[in-house]
Ligand binder design. Structure first.
Ligand code: FE
Length: 180
């Protein structure tokens, strides 16, 4: 199923057709494997981040990053529309914005269960591997608080929280599917 879903996500982004995802998943026969595991919240979450698809700061020298994928329900393995993902991460100096909402923002899945976050690649900091924090929740479900890690720099992290490299291009792209 992992390969199928990866193929699906790549296909969904390569071809802007809304028909791909539902036609594949509507059969409801796929297993989504495991629910995305939780990971520590850390001390820097701040509630109330605005809905904004891009966290990119024009003055940042950090590489641009696009994180995208699907949010699935564990039951029936169906893509979930209208799911909010509240992301936060460190800036290029490894610090979090406590005064405002730099590198803090909410994105929502579309009708096909897809989300997309644009941001600047955060650095490793304070001995921790590079990571992006996120909170999300299916309707009526528990809040999932977790972190996404990067291949080759994820020491100590649950392997299922490591993003997959996305298509090559001018901007670094990574893929990650959530199962709630
Ligand atoms: Fe952190």
């Amino acid at each position: 199923m992992t390969i199928s879903r990866r193929t699906l996500v790549l296909a969904a982004f390569a071809v802007p057709s809304t028909a791909l995802v539902p036609s594949f998943l509507a059969r409801g026969q796929q297993s989504c494997g495991l629910v995305t595991p939780a990971d520590m919240e850390g001390p820097f979450y701040k509630a109330g981040a605005p809905l904004k698809p891009s966290l990119i700061e024009p003055d940042s020298k950090a590489e641009k990053l696009i994180v995208s994928g699907l949010v699935f329900s564990m039951s029936g393995c169906r893509p979930l529309a209208g799911i909010r993902l509240d992301f936060w991460h460190a800036d290029d100096k490894g610090t979090y914005d406590h005064a405002g909402f730099r590198y803090r923002g909410v994105v929502e899945t579309d009708a096909q269960g897809r989300y997309r976050l644009e941001t600047n690649l955060p650095p490793p900091y304070m001995g921790r591997p590079r990571h992006i924090h996120v909170k999300t929740q299916a309707r009526g479900g528990p809040v999932l608080t977790t972190q996404l890690y990067f291949p080759g720099e994820s020491r100590g992290a649950d392997k299922s929280l490591i993003v997959r490299p996305g298509p090559a291009g001018p901007v670094r792209t990574v893929l990650f599917d959530f199962v709630l």
